[in-house]
Design a protein around this ligand. Structure first.
Ligand code: GDP
Length: 350
């Protein structure tokens, strides 16, 4: 009867309330990074970036690069748990008439969200007309080969122990590393990982990064990865700014959940961000009081996308952000998150 419904409503409200409290508590104690810790990490990254700029200008003055810069969640107030990583963006300059871009869906691999960079006009501008011809493999600019050029420099010819002792850090290249990474120990207990991320910015503003396709097959080796990070992060922030919403808080909670739980570690910031952006198209109430409801809804949405094996990028729906997960990973993630729906706080225990 009527009173029964009321009671179960009350019970649901109580559960929601406690999840809300739990989320806020977790946010304070685990997600949020003290301002001071963030500042020290940023300082260390900046020192390294400055050293690398000096080194590259001196050692390779004719390498066509735009100024390197630091980026990532540490610079967007979106890093969680510990201030431990940043990306050093290294923008390459390509001659417009010598290189052209081909979207992944127009290639034999048929992977939207990835691109090939093809060398053009070899008959008039033979090999070595472009500095980056040294990284050409089978007629395409190879991100792997670009990374190797930097790897030789950064891991091979920079005297990191010397620079480290001047800066009072312990710096060492991480080997092996999928991308090129420097480990910077800036305190007895604190480490910062700085990823080198070579980058191409095309005329229409499309950004391509030298981060290999995860399911490495030989024929995927020349693919450049389109990055939506700047645009997707800006959109999330703009939506929050319009209505004082909790989308970024929700994202940070989900990121911390994934960082602290090996079972959901495979999910990355981009997937979580896009899942929230897609949710924003359906759901308008992102007030702080709705945090627990939206967080639960995010988990449910992730389960739904995992069941479908597909998470469209909110900024480019043909891109499937799950395309680098194996079927088994998709199943395991889906199972873990589905099981968590009845006790979401369980995934937030540390
Ligand atoms: P977090 O590492 O989970 O805190 O998430 P971030 O938002 O900092 O994203 C960093 C990840 O996104 C790294 O794995 C990068 O390789 C990748 N990424 C893709 N595009 C970009 C970009 O334009 N800038 C940065 N900094 N990282 C990018």
């Amino acid at each position: 009867g009527g009173s029964g419904a009321t009671q179960s409503d009350l019970q649901k409200a109580r559960m929601r309330m406690s999840l809300q409290e739990h989320l806020l508590d977790f946010y304070q104690n685990n997600v949020n990074i003290p301002t001071e810790e963030q500042a020290v990490a940023r300082r260390a990254a900046l020192d390294i970036c400055a050293e690398l700029r000096v080194f590259l200008h001196a050692k390779l003055p004719d390498m066509p690069l735009r100024e390197m810069y630091l980026s990532g969640s540490l610079y967007d107030e979106l890093q969680v748990v510990t201030a431990d990583h940043a990306q050093l963006m290294v923008p390459l300059i390509l001659e417009k008439n010598l290189w052209s871009s081909i979207p992944g869906e127009d290639t034999i691999m048929n992977v939207p969200g990835f691109w090939l960079i093809r060398r053009e006009n070899l008959e008039y501008f033979p090999r070595n007309s472009s500095y980056w011809d040294r990284c050409m493999v089978g007629g395409y600019l190879s991100p792997k080969s670009v990374l190797e050029v930097f790897d030789k420099l950064v891991a091979g010819s920079i005297n990191w122990p010397a620079i480290g002792s001047v800066l009072d850090y312990i710096i060492r290249p991480v080997v092996p590393s999928e991308t090129l990474t420097l480990e910077v120990q800036y305190d007895t207990e604190r480490r910062l990982y700085v990823d080198f991320l070579p980058l191409l910015v095309m005329e229409d503003g499309t950004s391509l990064i030298a981060k290999p396709h995860r399911l490495v097959a030989e024929r995927h080796e020349n693919l450049w990865r389109q990055s939506f990070r700047v645009a997707e992060t800006a959109r999330l922030r703009a939506l929050d700014q319009e209505d004082g919403g909790c989308r970024c808080a929700c994202l940070k909670l989900a990121k911390a959940m994934c960082k602290l739980n090996p079972a959901v570690n495979r999910l990355n910031a981009s997937q979580l961000t896009n899942c929230i952006l897609l949710l924003c198209e359906k759901e308008g109430d992102w007030t702080q009081d709705a945090l627990a409801d939206r967080f639960l809804q995010l988990l449910r949405a992730l389960v739904g996308h995992l069941e479908a094996g597909r998470l469209p990028c909110a900024l480019s729906p043909k891109v499937n952000l799950f395309c680098e997960l194996t079927e088994q990973e998709v199943d395991e993630l889906g199972y873990t998150l589905y099981s968590a729906l009845s006790d979401p706080a369980g995934l937030l225990r540390t």
